[in-house]
Design a protein. Structure first.
Length: 283
């Protein structure tokens, strides 16, 4: 089957999450934009994509014309290596890294693609929102919000700086509250400045490759986190990046599969390069 006209692949790393993965696939099946899909599983037992619900959604995606590939990727060598392996399985112009516990509302993928095409930046993200926090308003955490009002510019995001404080924008249900406050009548989407985005990020593949993708995995121990933060901030340093409102990405709020967050990829790679590690790295 030929590659979709948009030149976009959705890359989903998964591990021990059959229910969540099926929900994520259901969200993708409701997207109207053409895309290819690669699901890479690292489960110890049966693959999460081998359950009847997940197989039903994969068949539905194939029947709708989406090229679909499923792979078993073992042994585990850490989050960054898993992302690097997924990236190597795609040659698409744009790649969306979508976590296996995120449901996308209809139209969300089209907005992301429209935004990155219009903005011409290195990445565009839809921050995941936890709706169990919908009544939890956090005005102090929303204070760093700033629209991109002109061209998206390259930014170097460093711990301890004002730009780093934007990480609070994506806590809890903050993305939903931001959309309610800042999306104006008639606006399809609004770009804003970010420190990074977790769970749902669309990259310009050429830029991601130019900064090395996730090849820094060889410098990391198997147990680490923050690999997406490091890759995104490298991309933003050369080509800029943006979040968009409304997000349209919903966190399923399942327990994390990465409980040990002691080792931050950004800190390890910086230390390996002889750069002093600054307190306040990604959480």
């Amino acid at each position: 089957m030929s590659r979709p006209a948009t030149g976009l692949d959705v890359l989903v790393p998964t591990c021990e999450r059959p229910v969540e993965l099926a929900t994520t696939l259901a969200g993708l099946a409701a997207q109207e934009l053409p895309f290819g899909l690669v699901v890479s599983d690292q489960s110890d037992g049966p693959a999460s994509y081998d359950t009847p619900p997940a197989q039903t959604l994969l068949r539905a995606l194939r029947a709708s014309g989406h090229p679909v590939r499923t792979v078993r990727h073992r042994p585990r060598r850490g989050l960054a290596e898993h992302r690097a392996s997924l990236l190597a399985r795609s040659s698409a112009r744009y790649v969306l890294f979508l976590d296996d516990d995120v449901w996308l509302e209809p139209g969300a993928l089209a907005r992301l693609h429209e935004a990155i095409s219009a903005l011409g930046c290195g990445l565009v993200g839809a921050a995941v929102q936890g709706l169990s926090y919908l009544d939890d308003h956090r005005p102090d955490e929303l204070a760093p919000f700033e629209r991109w009002t002109g061209p998206v510019e390259a930014e170097r995001i460093e711990p301890g700086t004002r730009s780093w404080q934007r990480w609070t924008l994506h806590n809890a249900a903050n993305p939903a509250h931001l959309a309610a406050a800042h999306l104006r009548p008639g606006e399809r989407w609004v770009p804003y400045k970010i420190a990074w985005v977790g769970g749902c990020v669309l990259y310009d593949r050429q830029v991601l490759d130019a900064v090395g993708g996730f090849d820094f995995w060889t410098d990391l121990p198997e147990a680490h986190c923050g690999e997406d933060v490091l890759a995104q901030q490298r991309v933003m340093a050369v080509a800029g990046g943006a979040g968009i409102l409304p997000s349209g990405a919903y966190h399923l709020e399942s327990a994390t599969t990465v409980p040990d967050r002691t080792v931050q990829a950004r800190d390890v790679v910086a230390a390996a390069a002889g750069v002093p590690v600054v307190a306040g790295s990604a959480s």
